[in-house]
Design a protein around this ligand. Structure first.
Ligand SMILES: Nc1ncnc2c1ncn2[C@@H]1O[C@H](COP(=O)(O)OP(=O)(O)OP(=O)(O)O)[C@@H](O)[C@H]1O
Length: 258
């Protein structure tokens, strides 16, 4: 389990892409409370992810970050409040789950895993045309896994598996990308490569939400931050959210629980 607010990264300049004043809302949360087995994990969450924004979701362990992602992707239902995915983006959201949630023993190859990214366009049981096959090969090349395409995913290292999951997202080609701790347990070279891919998605105008634990990386590369500690501590411009006072409040709220 990563430590909250680790600070070990200083590799890439923050992208100088502002969210347009005319950006449309993509995902809106209104006073959302959601929990597990009747116990609230997040309470009173209100805010909007705008089109083209690149948002880091940061908070101590158990702060509700994964719970939030599961709520916006429809895996969990809010107990109260409302989650709205706006019409233009419905069906256009791709998720990279925490690597620990993936059954690595499932007997499929790296190519099969990456090709699943095309299911939304092609369907699970139809043959892929030449264009889709090329897209899969290109994605494998982008993440440096061409020579692993025939290997079972059970043989991949943690970093290679994360690269394969990114390749699946590249094939998905969705306008909204949601990633849960994509840099956990990966080597520095993989982290740099995946970060560049993620920043490229932002440059292309996609909406990107990323759960992270590395505050230094967030300060450097993420224009927007949602700081969570079982509730919203701050949501907006990263510099105004990641203040010492807010980080202290997040730590104390998460430690105290509610
Ligand atoms: N499957 C589950 N069943 C029951 N409770 C859960 C489940 N998943 C999460 N929780 C609880 O919900 C709360 C928030 O957990 P969540 O995983 O969303 O936090 P997080 O901020 O993503 O934490 P971490 O950084 O440790 O991954 C915690 O108290 C956790 O124990």
């Amino acid at each position: 389990m990563p430590m909250p607010f680790a600070t070990n990264s200083a590799r890439v300049d923050r992208p100088a892409i502002a969210v347009s004043a005319a950006a449309r809302p993509v995902i809106q949360l209104e006073d959302v409370t959601v929990g597990w087995n009747g116990v609230p994990a997040l309470s009173g969450v209100t805010g909007t992810f705008l089109e083209g924004s690149l948002t880091a979701i940061l908070g101590p362990n158990g702060a509700g970050k994964s719970t939030l992602l599961k709520t916006v992707t429809g895996q969990l239902t809010a107990r109260t409040g409302r989650v709205t995915i706006h019409d233009h983006f419905r069906g256009g959201i791709s998720l990279l789950p925490q690597i620990s949630e993936i059954d690595r023993s499932f007997p499929i190859t790296t190519y099969d895993l990456v090709s699943m990214g095309a299911w939304r366009r092609v369907g699970a049981f139809r043959r892929y045309d030449k264009g889709e096959r090329q897209r899969i090969h290109d994605a494998l090349a982008t993440v440096g896994l061409t020579d692993k395409s025939r290997d079972l995913i059970s043989s991949l290292s943690g970093g290679q598996m994360q690269r394969a999951l990114f390749a699946r997202l590249i094939v998905c080609d969705a306008p909204v990308m949601i990633l849960d701790e994509p840099f956990t347990a990966v080597d520095e070279g993989t982290c740099d490569l995946l970060l560049q891919i993620l920043l490229d998605w932002h440059r292309e105008g996609r909406t990107v939400l990323v759960v992270l634990h590395d505050a230094a990386l967030v300060r450097q590369c993420f224009p927007q931050t949602l700081l969570l500690a079982r509730q919203v501590v701050g949501w907006g411009d990263t510099a105004s959210v990641l203040t010492d006072a807010n980080l202290d409040q997040a730590r104390s709220l998460a430690l105290g629980g509610f």
